[in-house]
Design a protein around this ligand. Structure first.
Ligand code: BJW
Length: 226
């Protein structure tokens, strides 16, 4: 796999579509302490609270649409083809709905369910809080197919291979607060890639990038792709 451009996206790219970010004012953690909804321990302590949090977000996803930043990245894929890989930390499907097909969801997907018994992963667009049974093993052990703190993100091998071969690494709309994604800029730079950050404001890792532009993703991403 030879990828020339790796783009990492975070919650900020979907903000202008109407989805709340995690750590901004009005972010998703507001009203929910992170330990109450985004750890396996929280899920086993109180599955109803965690299911409601994700069921609400899964329903909200139907009411929003991709914005100009998602569309610009889909256009970039038309230009670069296999030379582009989008790695998203987001669990929404807005990249795909904008037309991107080379997308890796390292923190999982809202529209997927994971069975804790058989580890099967299944496309899912209903509430999980209703205790549905697993289509493969029949147990009622389905959970949101998302990566919580302390769990291993998806596709790290593939992502790391792409990062060390990339000529350019671009991070869009992510605070740089959560690892291992926050470490990708160092990995890419060490392997010789140029690095660029596009974010509303300064992030925790801005100082690690060769270049950084501040502004809303719906403006700065189309400007960069043009
Ligand atoms: C705009 C904008 C607009 C606003 N336009 N911009 C050191 C090394 C490795 C691991 C650790 C470490 N230290 C600690 C850890 C463990 C932990 C961790 O990172 N903890 C931190 C709190 C320190 N990490 C883990 O546990 C991870 N697993 C792991 O490490 O496994 C072992 C391992 C070790 C070594 C190598 C490999 C593996 C798992 C992390 C799972 C994160 N899960 C969540 C929930 C997913 C499901 C869900 O969506 O509910 O993922 S937490 C949450 O944070 C979510 C996000 O994907 C993630 C990142 O957030 P993001 O996207 O950056 O959003 P925000 O809100 O933080 O920032 C938004 C940004 O957008 C802001 O900067 C705004 O300014 C900007 N913005 N509007 C452009 N319009």
């Amino acid at each position: 796999m030879i990828v020339k451009v790796v783009v990492l996206t975070g919650a900020g790219i979907s903000a202008e579509s109407g989805l709340a970010t995690f750590r901004d004012v009005d972010g998703l953690w507001q009203g929910h302490h992170v330990d109450d909804v985004a750890t396996p321990e929280a899920f086993h302590r109180d599955p109803a609270v965690v299911h409601k949090f994700y069921d609400d977000r899964r329903r909200e996803l139907r009411t929003v649409a991709p914005n100009a930043a998602h569309v610009a990245l889909a256009r970039l894929e038309q230009l670069l083809g296999d030379d582009l890989l989008v790695v998203t930390q987001n669990v929404d499907d807005l990249h795909e709905r904008a037309g991107s097909s080379r997308v890796v969801h390292m923190h999982g997907e809202l529209l997927s369910a994971l069975c804790e018994s058989c580890q099967g992963r299944f496309p899912w667009d209903d509430d999980l809080g209703d205790s549905p049974t697993c289509p493969a093993c029949g147990n009622d052990t389905l959970r949101p197919d998302v990566v919580w703190f302390g769990e291993m993100p998806y596709d790290l091998d593939l992502i790391e291979k792409a990062l060390v071969r990339a000529d350019l690494f671009v991070a869009i709309g992510t605070s740089g607060a959560v690892y291992p994604a926050a470490g990708f800029v160092r990995m890419a730079a060490r392997a010789g890639a140029k690095t660029l950050e596009l974010n509303l404001d300064l992030s925790e890792t801005t100082h690690l990038f060769d270049d950084a532009r501040q502004g809303p993703a719906g403006k700065v991403v189309p400007e960069w792709v043009a």
